[in-house]
Design a protein around this ligand. Structure first.
Ligand SMILES: Cc1cc2nc3c(=O)[nH]c(=O)nc-3n(C[C@H](O)[C@H](O)[C@H](O)COP(=O)(O)OP(=O)(O)OC[C@H]3O[C@@H](n4cnc5c(N)ncnc54)[C@H](O)[C@@H]3O)c2cc1C
Length: 306
């Protein structure tokens, strides 16, 4: 696909950015499904001010901007992503705000926040046991498990407006958190958040996380790239059970497969294309609608050029 960056843009962007910039970057390197065409440009900001100046650079040239955390909930289309992709993983400052809060930049991994909280005897983020991703992606998705989700611990979220680089801070209750959903605007990039935890004995935290991980290990497919659950659970139902009862476990399209272990996971068993995954998504949706009258909604975000 034709890049939106001219040769002059490439030189200018590389000269303006402090952090790493790469052009024509395969997104399959940056998604846990290992799928996705190339991004015109990939940018890992050095700091929030570096990100701000590159957002202004893009705004002046009407270059589209999108954002990726660790790509664990993303299906990037085969034609790739036009414009600039901001990779937040380089924003990884994490500070304890005594006595019981943390301030985390967007690219801090969920695993690191859980580890630091556990070491300090602070409870509240046990729900993150085994949930991959970054703080930014977790907030956008309101990621969680049966132990809780981001909504329960988020005191505030700070974002940058893509159009003008201005900062906006919202209290947790203003973020519109729901089941695997937030109303944080799509024209903003989350840069940091404050989490309010509570004192809990380290042994209890570790036990809760171990139990959660053991339960997950029993039901989660292993060994093939995936993005976790493809669909949200409809109210009172389990998407995986509906897909299984529609007889689709093990169904393949190209290199994608409805996991024989958990029907709500689509796994990449060998060079799958996004089109293969989307085909299985359509098949599952259609079958579940016909058999049960239930419409499945995707949990995984589909991004890129259709
Ligand atoms: C093996 C496996 C197990 C999983 N288990 C669970 C689970 O138990 N519970 C659960 O909830 N999820 C689960 N997931 C899904 C995934 O881990 C979560 O949705 C996670 O929060 C995504 O974070 P990320 O950083 O990878 O976001 P990405 O996948 O990179 O992005 C997700 C969305 O957030 C946006 N985004 C990311 N960062 C920012 C930012 N800084 N500002 C603005 N927008 C941003 C992206 O544009 C995209 O729309 C699982 C995934 C895998 C692969």
């Amino acid at each position: 696909m034709r890049s939106v960056f001219s040769d002059g843009d490439r030189e200018s962007l590389s000269a303006t950015a402090q952090g790493a910039v790469r052009f024509d970057e395969p997104m399959s390197r940056h998604t846990t499904l290992r799928i996705g065409g190339t991004a015109d440009a990939w940018f890992e900001p050095d700091s929030i001010s570096d990100l701000t100046s590159i957002l202004m650079w893009c705004a002046e040239r009407s270059i589209p901007v999108s954002v990726v955390g660790s790509g664990s909930n993303l299906l990037v289309l085969d034609r790739g992503i036009r414009g600039l992709v901001v990779a937040t993983r380089s924003l990884r400052r994490l500070d304890l705000l005594p006595p019981t809060s943390f301030v985390a930049e967007a690219g801090v991994s969920t695993g690191r926040l859980l580890k630091e909280a556990t070491e300090r005897g602070l409870g509240g983020v046990e729900f993150l046991g085994g949930v991959p991703g970054t703080i930014g992606g977790g907030l956008i998705m309101n990621a969680g498990t049966n132990l809780g989700d981001f909504k329960d611990v988020t005191a505030s979220v700070t974002s940058l407006r893509i159009s003008n680089g201005s900062l906006v801070t919202r209290a947790g209750h203003q973020c519109g958190f729901g089941y695997r959903h937030s109303s944080l605007p799509q024209n903003e990039i989350v840069v940091s958040a404050t989490f309010e935890l509570y004192p809990r004995p380290r042994g209890e935290i570790e036990q809760a996380v171990r139990d959660l991980k053991d339960r997950r290990a029993e039901r989660e497919p292993k060994g093939f790239p995936n993005a976790g659950s493809i669909f949200k659970n409809p109210p009172g139902l389990f998407a995986g059970k509906l897909i299984e009862e529609a007889g689709l476990k093990g169904r393949r399209a190209g290199g994608a497969e409805v996991s024989p272990k958990h029907a709500n996971w689509i796994v990449n068993v060998g060079d799958a294309l996004a089109a293969d995954v989307l085909h299985l998504v359509d098949v599952a949706r259609q079958a579940v609608l016909e058999k049960f009258g239930v419409t499945l909604e995707m949990e995984v975000k589909v991004v890129g050029e259709p």
